[in-house]
Design a protein around this ligand. Sequence first.
Ligand code: H2U
Ligand code: ZN
Length: 356
Amino acid sequence: MKNGIEKQIENNVPHRRFNPLSGEWILVSPQRATRPWQGQVEESTRVELPEHDADCYLCSGNVRVNGEINPTYRGPFVFDNDFPALLEDVDACDEENDALFQRMSVSGVSKVICFSERHDLTLPEMSVEMIRSIVDVWAALYEALGKTYRWVQVFENKGAINGCSNPHPHGQLWASDAVPTLVAREDERQKAFMQDKGKNLLLEYSQREILLNERVVLKNAHWVVVVPYWATWPFETLLLPRRSVDVFAALTSEEKDSLAGIIQLLTIKYDNLFQASFPYSMGWHCAPNSIGETEAKATDHWQLHAHFYPPLLRSATIRKFMVGYEMLAEAQRDMTPEQAAERLRTQPETHYKTNT
Ligand code: H2U
Ligand code: ZN
């Protein structure tokens, strides 16, 4: 199979690849990578930010939109989102089971996680210790909210090009009593793989990727980062533990240290790629919690992982749009995942700003 794919890439032949985690196919068109671009070019966001911005809603000691005052915090600071998408104490809606008009109640919470008091420091410019303190906040939130909610989604939406409303480095958390669509699908796919093959899908996948060494961007003693074989976004990556880990709470202290290290290196490589603050949406997936179920569900089919979905394609100002064929047929990419992995792998592990 490997030879066949290599040959197709060599010959620049379009082909389709299968994403076993989502069950979706993707069209890969390497022959198209050199097409001219006369479309939208985004504003480059190479602005120098201050360490503290008096007008920022998220900065330490500042007033938020609702009039509340942030404490004078140092390190990560978590608060309840003032504009939450999910509400905790809501009346159940009238549930509908009609085949064409279904609806169900949902309750939950939304939180904002300011990464530190520094308005100007994104993850790749933080020390490993600072990133480790964010990892600890994620772990604590998983632990606390995992007792109440079936799903806890931790994510970071970074960069104005990606719809992020505030440059102050921050992530979010949305927890709900319902398991969201994409997570439910990953649950089903991993479960089916375990039933069919008796193996954990993503553990098996990461071990094979390490052996193939074509799409590996980074690895350390506990973690590996690959551009997945089925990547949709040009520089999409998947961050995986190298042993079987079903939930975030199962990580050891050592694994959390090396997680902070690999997040720092990956985001440095991302920034170095186009010598700009690299936008992305990233977030964690792990086994949902068995809340409100009569018995705890098996979770050995689940492998904890983080997805990084960056929108940029050719430069800091040209993004990939998921439109047209992608909206109507299936996702498509030009550059192969192997080419993207090579470009990321060869980026220096020192942030470009430290050299200028
Ligand atoms: P995004 O830029 O990723 O959307 O995150 C900013 C979040 O911060 C957003 O969800 C919240 C917004 O609702 N927010 C507050 O809760 N209070 C504020 O004063 C400003 C923004
Ligand atoms: Zn700020």
